[in-house]
Write a protein that binds this ligand. Structure first.
Ligand SMILES: [Zn+2]
Length: 208
């Protein structure tokens, strides 16, 4: 079993910190897709959908992510906004300043993707791109797609690994509502601990 299951957590929420405690306890590295434009103050994660209510992490707490893999998730997590190109660029430079490292990965906000958005992310300087669902040709311009959610059973995820050679699992910590959810996530990570990796390692290991 190699390091074949990349886990990626989106949006940068205060509830990522107990997740990081779990990861650190199990000695697992994960990827966090952050939206630095939203971290200037604590705020509720905007959504019309009741299922996605979380609290954005305040800027002074973002260093909690420091020893994990950081991807950009745009600066303001906007959709259909004419300023998206500069938003992609801003996110990269702000995250690079905060974490003092190159940020090469980009997760499209809402997973939306088309040829223009891919071109904008590429010209903003991102190497690897992650979309929400497959709507362009496979690995077009290094766009990759998650196939799993953290609630999927590890054995189901391993079926994807045996077919594709890898699996990408995504989630948001606002989805963890109960102590049972957290316990289940701990056990889930325990189960995959030998296979768990980051998005960046996965991209490098596969020469994407
Ligand atoms: Zn998001």
């Amino acid at each position: 079993m190699g390091k074949t299951i990349a886990t990626c957590w989106d949006d940068g929420l205060v509830t990522d910190m107990p997740l990081i405690s779990i990861l650190d306890r199990l000695n697992i590295k994960a990827t966090f897709a952050l939206t630095p434009g939203r971290y200037t103050k604590t705020r509720v994660w905007n959504s019309n959908d009741q299922s996605s209510v979380g609290v954005c992490i305040p800027l002074e707490s973002v260093f909690g992510y420091n020893h994990h893999d950081i991807w950009s998730h745009s600066s303001m997590h906007i959709r259909h906004d004419p300023n998206y190109k500069s938003d992609y660029i801003t996110a990269k430079s702000v995250l690079e300043k905060i974490f003092n490292r190159q940020i090469n990965g980009f997760c499209f906000p809402y997973g939306d993707i088309n040829y223009e958005l891919v071109a904008a992310a590429k010209s903003a300087g991102y190497t690897w791109l992650r979309a929400g669902r497959k709507s362009l040709p496979y690995l077009y311009n290094h766009v990759i797609y998650p196939k799993h959610h953290w609630r999927d059973h590890p054995d189901v995820i391993r079926q994807t690994v045996s077919r594709d050679g890898f699996a990408i699992v995504v989630g948001h910590t606002y989805e963890l509502r109960t102590i049972d959810d957290w316990n289940n996530l701990f056990k889930w990570y325990q189960n995959i601990s030998a296979e768990a990796t980051t998005m960046t390692e996965l991209c490098i290991n596969n020469n994407w």
